[in-house]
Structures are given as structure tokens and as C-alpha cells.
Design a protein around this ligand. Structure first.
Ligand code: NAD
Ligand code: USQ
Length: 397
């Protein structure tokens, strides 16, 4: 298949592009490197030393003989370049990773909120409009988020995207309707993912665009079979208070003897997936694109759920270190239950890598290997969800 990976220089996009290439597909990466510039803005760097995209694709060619093409433009604001690329490459599928993906970054300031909505909503809408304008039957595979469902206080098994609700007509007779699961975004970033869902629904109905929306959980891990083939192919590893996700942060904290930063009680339960499963899920979604007709296909791309405090205890027990409770900078429930269906990807053949697979220790070793690159001052999360919370955290009235 011909596949375009928008945002293919990022944490999920890069190993996915390699996995698709290794599986025999022709891959073109589009990226404007805004994520690398965010590192400069925040004064941080990936724990792992990552090469430029041109060096990465050269290393992949040397390692495998396969070529990955690249293009540098802004998907959200260079619509003409996007249409031109689709007309030239004529992809069977476009995998859309090209969004601002950090919840804390999206809450840092009004400028960060506006950037996140502007970038993410425009990137998604440009892609949909460009696919229609190209006249090609391109399958869009989008990386969405489990967080759009919100966190229920009652224990339910979250369905995959849709809910059947029953309500009476004007004569009192009940009718079933299938609706998108109502979103309850917990950050401006998650709000942008909720907006994406509506755009997909509209273009699927109006223009018969084929869309798979992967509601992905928090990704943990770094390396995949493909990124391990050469040091120049190493994946990025974010540990800082904005882009670091919780389990990878705990691994780095444990590696450098920094008390593990559990926000609040640690009773928050979240969905997780290993990066090795991420890349396989994306391939399964792409390769099953001919099954997508009519409504948007939503698949929950997660393999297990865990309470944050339990994860911290697990990392402390596996790697060592102490667990601390820090004031939660976010506006979120202290405790929640979470379970979700993931039948669609299991039915397509996913064999999940679970947390108890031994990979956690391998990831801990990787964190230890690069621990001299860690800037301890960048670990604490300093993005506050609202002004009241900031005052409380900073001890002001
Ligand atoms: P990332 O920031 O590492 O990668 C995103 C890439 O897209 C970056 O290389 C960035 O430069 C590029 N990009 C962003 N806006 C662009 C634009 N307008 N034009 C061109 N390129 C642009 O993020 P990631 O962790 O790889 O996440 C990829 C996708 O997966 C995101 O949509 C994210 O919401 C979703 N996701 C990530 C996780 C996770 O834990 N990392 C979990 C669930 C969902
Ligand atoms: N948390 C801590 N300590 C930390 C960091 C985080 O306790 O040091 C807590 C947070 O308060 C939150 C939970 O851990 O309750 C998850 O935080 P996170 O930063 O790991 O994940 P999140 O902000 O939800 O975002 C990440 C990705 C995002 C993706 C999302 C999937 O950055 O792109 O969409 O995971 S999901 O959470 O399922 O929506």
C-alpha cells in the first residue's frame, strides 16, 4: 500500500512509519518539526538522542534497503501542499498523527490553548477537505484519545465510540438511536480530539470519506523491533512535565532517584498501551481499511487500565526509588474507575504486550542508560488547569 504518515517524525509516528515500511508498504512522512521546536521553547530534550529526520531515513535505507520519502510542511496551514502531495503520491491510506498532543502544554497559557485548537482542528479539517478535493478513495486513520470519553464515576465498560440511546417520539413510542459517545474532555488538547470526532462524522456522511478513529490510551515504552535496528533510528522519549507521559516519567524518575511524582491521591485510572502495540494496531487499522464504509470506525487502542498510584508502586518495586504525592496541577477527579472494550483490534489479530511482560525492566534500563541527559528542573509539571489551582499550589491567596 501507499501510505502517508502526517506527523511521522514524532513519538508514535516515527516507529509506525518504520513498522509500515518493514511490512512492505511504501511510506511518505510529512512533518513540519513543530514538536522539535516545542523542545526548544520548553528548554528540554528527548531522553534519547534523536537524529534529524533526514539522517533517520538514511539510516533506515542503509539498514533495510527500503526508502521512506519525506516532506516538510504545515498540514494545518499549507493546504495546497497537502492537496498536491495527495495527488502525487495517491495514497491508499493517510495516518494522521500531526497534532499538538500534550494536555499540560495545551493548558499552559491562552496562547497554548489557541495554538492547540488552531493546529489540531485545522490539520484534521484540511486533511478531510483535501481528501475530498483529491477525488481519491483514501482511508484516513486518525490517532484519537481514550480521554475524550471522560472518566465515569460509575464502573462501565466503555464501548468503542458509539452508544445506543432510546428516547420517545412525540407519541410516546420509544426509538433506538446510535450516537457518538458524549465527550467529556479534560483539557483543551482533549477538547481538540472531541472536535475531530465531529469533523470525521460529518465528512463520512457528507462525502463518504472512509475514516478509522483510534481512541488511544497513554503510550508507554520507547523502542520497537524496527527502531532497535540502528542507534540512529532510536525513538524519542519525553520525560518533562509537559510532554512526558506518566509511566515513562516514573521510569526516568526512578532511574535518577527522583521521588515518583504521583499527582494527588493517584486514584486516577487510565488506559495504557505499549509503543510496540501502537505500531501494530496502526498497521492492522491501515490494512483493514477496505472494511470501512459508511459510519466512522472507532477502535479503542488500549490494552489495559491501571491506577496511577499502583503504577508508581510497581515502578518503585521494579526499579527502586520512593513514591511521593505532589499537588495535582490538573482539574481531574481524584478517583475514577475505568474499563473499556477493545474487541475490534483483538479481532484484527492484536496480541497485547502487557505491563507484566518484562518489558518494564528493559525500559527502565534504557532510562538508566541515558540518565545523564536528564534535567531535574524540568521534571515537575508546572502547567496549571486553572488560576485557583495555581494560587493554591503556589501558596497565594
Ligand atoms: P508527537 O508530538 O511526538 O508527534 C506529533 C508529530 O506531528 C510531531 O513530529 C510534530 O512535529 C508533527 N506535527 C504537529 N502538528 C503538525 C502540523 N500542523 N503539520 C505537520 N506536522 C505536525 O506526538 P505523538 O506522541 O507521536 O502523538 C501522535 C498522535 O497520537 C497525536 O495525535 C496524539 O494525540 C495521539 N496520541 C498520543 C498518545 C501518547 O501517549 N503519546 C496517546 C494517545 C494518542
Ligand atoms: N500524572 C501523575 N504524575 C505525573 C504525570 C501524570 O500522576 O508525573 C497523572 C495525571 O494527572 C493524569 C494521568 O497521570 O491523571 C495521565 O497523565 P499523562 O500525562 O500520562 O496522560 P494525558 O495527559 O492523559 O495524555 C497522554 C498523551 C495524550 C493522549 C493521552 C491518552 O500525552 O496525547 O491522548 O495520554 S488518554 O489519557 O487515554 O486520553
Amino acid at each position: 500500500m501507499q501510505i502517508v504518515a502526517l506527523g511521522g517524525d514524532g513519538f508514535c509516528g516515527w516507529p509506525s512509519a518504520l513498522h509500515l515500511s518493514a511490512s512492505g508498504h511504501d511510506v511518505t512522512i510529512v512533518d513540519n518539526f513543530v514538536r522539535r521546536r516545542a523542545d526548544e521553547e520548553l528548554g528540554v530534550q528527548s531522553l534519547t538522542p534523536i537524529c534529524s529526520l533526514s539522517e533517520r531515513v538514511r539510516a533506515w535505507h542503509e539498514a533495510t534497503g527500503s526508502r521512506i520519502d519525506t516532506a516538510d510542511f504545515d498540514v494545518a496551514h499549507d493546504y495546497d501542499a497537502l492537496v498536491e502531495l495527495l495527488r502525487t503520491v495517491r495514497p491508499d491510506a493517510v495516518v494522521h498523527f500531526a497534532e499538538q498532543r500534550s494536555a499540560p502544554y495545551s493548558m499552559k497559557s491562552p496562547a497554548h490553548k489557541r495554538y492547540t485548537i488552531d493546529n489540531n482542528a485545522n490539520a484534521t479539517h484540511n486533511l478531510l477537505a483535501a481528501v475530498v478535493e483529491s477525488g481519491l478513495d483514501i482511508h484516513i486513520v486518525h490517532l484519537g484519545s481514550m480521554g475524550v470519553y471522560g472518566y465515569e464515576t460509575v464502573p462501565v465498560d466503555l464501548p468503542e465510540g458509539y452508544l445506543t440511546v432510546s428516547y420517545p417520539d412525540r407519541y410516546g413510542e420509544m426509538h433506538d438511536h446510535e450516537i457518538l459517545y458524549p465527550t467529556q474532555p479534560g483539557s483543551v488538547y482533549h477538547l481538540s480530539k472531541s472536535l475531530d470526532q465531529l469533523m470525521f462524522q460529518f465528512f463520512a456522511r457528507n462525502d463518504a470519506v472512509r475514516v478509522t478513529d483510534l481512541h488511544q490510551g497513554i503510550v508507554w515504552g520507547t523502542q520497537t523491533a524496527e527502531t532497535e535496528r540502528d542507534p540512529r533510528l532510536v525513538n524519542r522519549f519525553d520525560y518533562d512535565g509537559d510532554y512526558g507521559t506518566v509511566l515513562n516519567r516514573f521510569l526516568v524518575e526512578a532511574a535518577i532517584g527522583y521521588p515518583l511524582t504521583v499527582h494527588g491521591t493517584g486514584g486516577q485510572t487510565r488506559a495504557f498501551i505499549n509503543i510496540g502495540d501502537t505500531v501494530r494496531c496502526i498497521r492492522l487499522a491501515v490494512e483493514s481499511g477496505d472494511r470501512v464504509r459508511g459510519r466512522v470506525r472507532v477502535m479503542n487502542q488500549m490494552t489495559e487500565t491501571h491506577r496511577i498510584a499502583e503504577l508508581a508502586d510497581l515502578v518503585a518495586a521494579t526499579v527502586g526509588g520512593e513514591v511521593s504525592r505532589v499537588t495535582n496541577p490538573r482539574q481531574e477527579a481524584d478517583e475514577n474507575d475505568l474499563a473499556a472494550r477493545n474487541d475490534s483490534l483483538l479481532d484484527l489479530g492484536l496480541e497485547p504486550i502487557m505491563l507484566d511482560s518484562g518489558l518494564l525492566s528493559a525500559e527502565a534500563k534504557l532510562a538508566q542508560a541515558y540518565c545523564d541527559r536528564v534535567d531535574r528542573d524540568r521534571i515537575l509539571a508546572r502547567s496549571y488547569w486553572n488560576r485557583n489551582r495555581r494560587s493554591a499550589v503556589e501558596g497565594r491567596t
